[in-house]
Write a protein that binds this ligand. Structure first.
Ligand code: GTP
Length: 377
């Protein structure tokens, strides 16, 4: 994963390193000229430098294009071996400038290790080839003494050890950094998932706490909270406020005849029908059993009467629906309208409840009201 993540960076860095090294290698032709003059060796060196430069520049171009180094490692190794061969070939052509060449080999070794990113094995082999090849070439063509050979060998070993350790350390650090970053990203994703889970859980809990599981209407507790707010606001603004208590008539016989499951469906359908025929500002809740409650802000007794009649008619019309065509559905509705001095929602509910039971007593399927200017029955 780490190798994949740095693929494009490695391509660019390798391409740059090889191009710059090729140019520097070519520029040494100037010092060749000053050292050798117009000799056969100079032309041989020049030809060798041009070949090395051209090959390396072409390879740099290919690396940039398709140097995915997990599949084409050889592509990254090749320029190093070409450079190494070029440097080794200088010895027989310029044996008298060996000390400069030793420095060049040390610098090239360090450059191999430090400028070719994340290719420790490739670099190590290329570097060993350069160093051993150079040493053999120096012994064969520069005729150096055994002591000098040993000194050069030690110097090259040192350069290799330092380069190798530096690159190993760098690679390890980069890998560790990548692993940490990855771990952090994983943890962040986990955290996001956890937050999403909790939010949805909170939503579910809120729904469970506020809504009635069967009908989806506000449950009693949540209805009281909402209605209390609307009631207080209406009293403050001195606008009328009405409240309905709605009870399904003879619901027990529906349960007894058709079963509880069917009874549940009837209740749900009645709840839907009532909720959809109210204004958005009205609040409806299931008060318990087959009893519903509605808070109607900014609704006078005349308007409340009209709305209640409409609800009663809507429920009665449900009897014509396919599944409920066998039933004779009706509701009784008790209405209470708040007095201007009223401060308690509970007393309004009690009055609406009394009107509801008055309606039941008088034969059901009716709307009964009490409130401002009206006497309780
Ligand atoms: N299916 C179903 N039945 C319920 C539910 N809650 C309450 N009930 C039933 O509703 C019936 C209410 O019966 P009662 O209080 O006698 O009232 P009723 O039969 O509607 O008669 P009146 O209200 O006097 O017209 C009871 O049989 C309850 O078991 C519910 O969630 N689902």
């Amino acid at each position: 994963m780490y190798r994949r993540s740095i693929k494009s960076r490695v391509r660019l860095e390798s391409c740059l390193a090889v191009s710059v090294a090729a140019l520097v290698f070519g520029m040494f032709a100037i010092s060749d000229y000053y050292l050798l003059g117009s000799t056969r060796e100079l032309y041989l060196l020049l030809a060798m430098r041009i070949v090395v430069m051209s090959l390396c520049l072409v390879l740099a171009f290919i690396i940039r294009r398709r140097g995915g180094y997990s599949r084409n490692v050889w592509l990254h190794a090749l320029p190093l071996w070409i450079f190494a061969t070029g440097i080794i070939l200088i010895v027989p052509l310029r044996p008298e400038s060996l000390s400069t060449q030793v420095t060049a080999v040390v610098v090239a070794t360090m450059a191999f290790y430090l400028l070719m990113p994340n290719l420790l094995t490739v670099v190590t082999f290329a570097s060993l080839y350069l160093n051993i090849g150079f040493l053999v070439s120096a012994v064969l063509f520069a005729e150096i003494e055994p002591m000098a050979t040993l000194r050069i060998a030690l110097l090259l070993i040192m350069a290799n050890v330092v380069g190798f350790c530096a690159l190993l350390r760098l690679e390890n650090l980069q890998r560790k950094q990548f692993a940490l970053l990855h771990e952090e990203r994983d943890q962040n994703q986990q955290l996001h998932k956890e937050i999403a889970n909790r939010t949805s859980l909170e939503d579910q809990l809120r729904i469970l706490a506020e809504l009635d599981a069967l009908t989806g209407l506000n449950n009693r507790g949540h209805f009281m909270k909402l209605a209390e707010g609307l009631f207080q606001r209406s009293q403050l603004d001195k606008v009328p406020f009405s409240l309905f208590m709605i009870d399904v008539d003879h619901f027990k016989s529906i349960n007894d005849t058709w079963g509880h499951a069917h009874g549940d469906r009837v209740l749900t359908r009645i709840a839907e029908a009532c909720a959809s025929s109210l204004r958005p500002m009205d609040v409806i809740g299931r008060f318990g059993g087959e009893e519903f409650v509605v808070a109607l802000p900014n609704t006078s007794s005349e308007d409340a009467q009209i709305v209640a009649e409409r609800l009663k008619k809507t429920v009665a019309e449900l009897s014509s629906e396919g599944e409920m065509s066998e039933l004779c559905l009706s509701v009784t509705i008790g209405i209470a309208v708040a007095n201007p001095e009223e401060i308690d929602l509970d007393s309004l509910i009690t009055r609406a409840d009394r009107m509801l039971y008055a309606g039941k007593r008088d034969g059901r399927n009716r709307v009964v009201m009490c409130g401002k200017g009206m006497e309780e029955e």
